[in-house]
Design a binder for this molecule. Structure first.
Ligand code: SF4
Length: 400
């Protein structure tokens, strides 16, 4: 099983962000940590010391928590679950909030072995425009400190398609990033989320984003450059040096069960999915009343099939045709024969060793391709009336 710990706090809200997070007030951090510790113990009882092979502290900004709190949370997790001795333990951090030797040493001592830092850009003006709380110098200094302190697995997050960014600027950033030498890179295309300050700036013409053609070049040429430097693309937004793929995210994309802890965290276990209450007070109440995880839904066959196709086609390995057959009793290649032929003619998909995957150009337009697959599946009625084959099978990832 994979464990996800959601930390819903940030120092301030970035102008483009739609994740659940808030600037903590009063004793909110302590209330959160106490509630989280009780939730961990509760799930430990319910799941009977279940095996855990990865932990991911995400947010929000997990490094807003005192290092001591992370250490106590890790101890509680070890008591409640059978944590694999070689577990990958990732923690997301903003460069300014993790930048002390004591803080990093406590993280290392508590078992955090993968640091994921949100750099986002190497352009000072862009960082300001995005409302990021750190400078380029802070970020680089923190990266170097993390290496010196002994973090051997570091991811850096970047965004492309930023206001006023052109292909050359993005490639210049990538060259500087590669020189730093992180082990893993997550490069996300900027999404203009509803109800964010960024959306207002774009709608009112105060900010101009690169057009689709320029963004397409950033995606394709950026990925080509990273691969030429030894960072292999293994998912639409993720690149890693050999042996440094994120095991937690890979497990998620491959349909493994995951337990989400903390406010607003999502879980999928034994074919059921639920979301924890978002508000801190409601979250701690549902932990204390032991009702957390009681609400939720059993995933329908349609949802499971769509997730299988969507998550696997975002990875460069692709969809194992046999996995689709095991879930639906049908042949994906035959079901989508003419669409796959058309995509193949346009060099957007490839079929290799029983896997159908998107090419780099295919990944660029993956959302449009997925929509086409889903409408074909709709037309065929796949998943609408569970057939005997599918109904008899355990949910994806059960028992992992
Ligand atoms: S630090 Fe991350 S989670 Fe927090 S507001 Fe900024 S983008 Fe959102």
């Amino acid at each position: 099983m994979l464990l996800y710990v959601h930390v819903p706090f940030c120092r301030r809200k970035c102008g483009y962000c739609a994740f659940h997070s808030e600037v903590p007030k009063g004793d909110a951090v302590q209330v959160y940590v106490d509630g989280l510790l009780r939730e961990i113990a509760l799930w430990g009882d319910r799941l009977g010391n279940a095996p855990v092979r990865t932990i991911f502290f995400g947010g929000g900004t997990p490094s807003m928590l005192p290092a001591r709190a992370i250490s106590v949370i890790m101890d509680r997790i070890r008591k409640a679950f059978a944590l694999d001795g070689a577990a990958e333990v990732s923690l997301e951090a903003n460069p300014e909030s993790v930048a002390s030797m004591d803080y990093m040493q406590t993280l290392l001592d508590s078992g955090v072995n993968r640091l994921s830092m949100g750099f986002q850009s190497l352009d000072p003006a862009t960082l300001k425009l995005l409302g990021r709380p750190h400078s380029v110098r802070d970020a680089i200094r923190t990266f170097e400190l993390a290496r010196t302190m002994g973090f051997a697995n570091i991811n850096l997050d970047f965004i492309w398609g930023l206001p006023n960014q052109r292909l050359k600027l993005w490639l210049d950033d990538l060259r500087a990033i590669v020189k730093l030498g992180p082990d893993h890179l997550s490069c996300y295309g900027l999404t203009v989320e509803e109800c964010t300050p960024l959306e207002q700036d774009v709608l009112q013409g105060r900010i101009h984003l690169p057009d689709d053609g320029e963004q397409g070049k950033m995606f394709v040429y950026g990925a080509d450059y990273l691969e030429s430097q030894g960072y292999l693309q293994y998912e639409v937004s993720n690149f890693a040096r050999m042996g440094f793929q994120c095991r937690h995210n890979l497990g998620y994309w491959e349909g493994e069960d995951y337990l989400g802890l903390g406010p607003a965290a999502v879980s999928t276990l034994f074919g059921r999915r639920w979301t924890n209450p978002t508000e801190l007070a409601e979250y701690t109440r549902s932990v204390d009343e032991r009702t957390i995880g009681h609400e939720g839904e059993t995933l329908t066959l349609m949802e499971r099939v769509q997730e299988l196709v969507m998550l696997r086609l975002r990875t460069t390995r692709g969809l194992r045709v046999k996995a689709y057959r095991e879930l639906t009793g049908r042949d994906f290649l035959k079901d989508n024969k003419s669409l796959i032929h058309a995509l193949h003619r346009n060099q957007l998909v490839r079929i290799r060793n029983g896997y159908l995957s998107l090419t780099r150009n295919g990944l660029l337009v993956s959302n449009a391709i997925l929509e086409r697959f889903f409408s074909e599946m709709d037309a065929l009625g796949i998943g609408q009336a569970p057939d005997a084959v599918a109904a008899d099978r355990p949910p994806e990832g059960t028992g992992a």
